[in-house]
Design a protein around this ligand. Structure first.
Ligand SMILES: Cc1ncc(CN)c(N)n1
Length: 228
C-alpha cells in the first residue's frame, strides 16, 4: 500500500463525516444563507493566503527545480483560479468579492488552521509540510465528486461553478501528482518522519471539518471588534 492510501484509510471516518456536514449539504441542496457564504469567503480568503505562503516556505526546502516548478504551478492555481469558487459564493450571497477581502479578523478555527500550517512549515521537513497541505486539496475533490454523482448539477444549480471547479480534471491531476510526490518522498523517510506526516495530515483533516462548522455556525470570538 502506498503511503497516501494509508493516510486516506486513517482518516476515512473524517472524509465521510465532512461529506455529511450541514454546510456541505447546504452547497448540494442550495440552502446556505448569505451570511454563511460571506463568513466562509471572508475566512477562506485569508486561509488560502496562508496556504500560498506555506507553499513558499516549502519551496525553500525543495531539493530540485522540478519540485519548485510543481509548487510554483500550485501557487498560481490558488492565486489565479481558486478565486472562482469564492466568486460563485459571492454571486449567490449578492456581495462584492473585494468587500470580503479585508477588515475581518480570523475566526478561532481559521486561526488554528493557519497557525497549524505555519508551525509545521517553520519547523517541519518538506514531507511534513506536504502532508499538512494535502487534505485541503483532497477533501474538496472528494466532496465535489460526491456532489457531481449524487446531485448531477447543471448550470441552473446555484453552486454549479463551485462543484465543477473542485471536481475538474485539473484538480484531479493536481491531486494525483501531489500524492505521487508524497509517496515517492516517503520511500526515503524514516518512521519518525512518517509518524509526523500522519499526525499533521490527521490534524489538517480534523480542521477541514471544523472549518465547515465555523462557516455554518458563524463562529467568532466571544468578544468581538478588539482587533482586526
Ligand atoms: C479550508 C479550505 N480547505 C480546502 C480548500 C480547497 N482548496 C479551501 N478553499 N479551503
Amino acid at each position: 500500500m502506498q503511503f497516501t492510501d494509508e493516510l486516506r484509510n486513517l482518516t476515512d471516518a473524517l472524509f465521510k463525516r465532512i461529506k455529511r456536514h450541514p454546510f456541505v449539504q447546504g452547497i448540494a441542496n442550495e440552502s446556505l444563507e448569505p451570511n454563511q457564504l460571506i463568513h466562509y469567503v471572508q475566512q477562506d480568503y485569508q486561509y488560502l493566503t496562508t496556504y500560498v505562503q506555506v507553499y513558499g516556505l516549502a519551496m525553500a526546502k525543495c531539493t530540485n527545480r522540478d519540485q519548485m516548478r510543481d509548487l510554483h504551478a500550485r501557487m498560481r492555481i490558488v492565486l489565479e483560479e481558486e478565486i472562482h469558487p469564492h466568486i460563485n459564493f459571492c454571486r449567490v450571497a449578492q456581495v462584492d468579492y473585494r468587500d470580503l477581502q479585508t477588515g475581518v479578523a480570523l475566526a478561532p478555527t481559521a486561526h488554528h488552521y493557519a497557525k497549524h500550517m505555519l508551525s509545521v512549515a517553520q519547523s517541519g521537513s518538506l514531507g511534513e509540510i506536504l502532508a499538512t497541505l494535502l487534505p485541503c486539496h483532497w477533501i474538496y475533490i472528494d466532496i465535489a465528486d460526491d456532489m457531481m454523482s449524487r446531485v448531477q448539477p447543471n448550470e441552473t444549480h446555484a453552486f454549479y461553478d463551485w462543484i465543477r471547479f473542485y471536481s475538474s480534471e485539473e484538480m484531479h491531476t493536481g491531486l494525483a501528482t501531489f500524492r505521487d510526490w508524497i509517496d515517492a518522498y516517503t520511500l526515503n523517510s524514516g518512521e519518525r518522519e512518517r509518524d509526523l506526516m500522519r499526525e499533521h495530515f490527521l490534524t489538517s483533516c480534523q480542521l477541514e471539518l471544523r472549518f465547515f462548522d465555523m462557516a455554518y455556525t458563524l463562529e467568532d470570538w466571544a468578544v468581538r471588534g478588539l482587533l482586526v
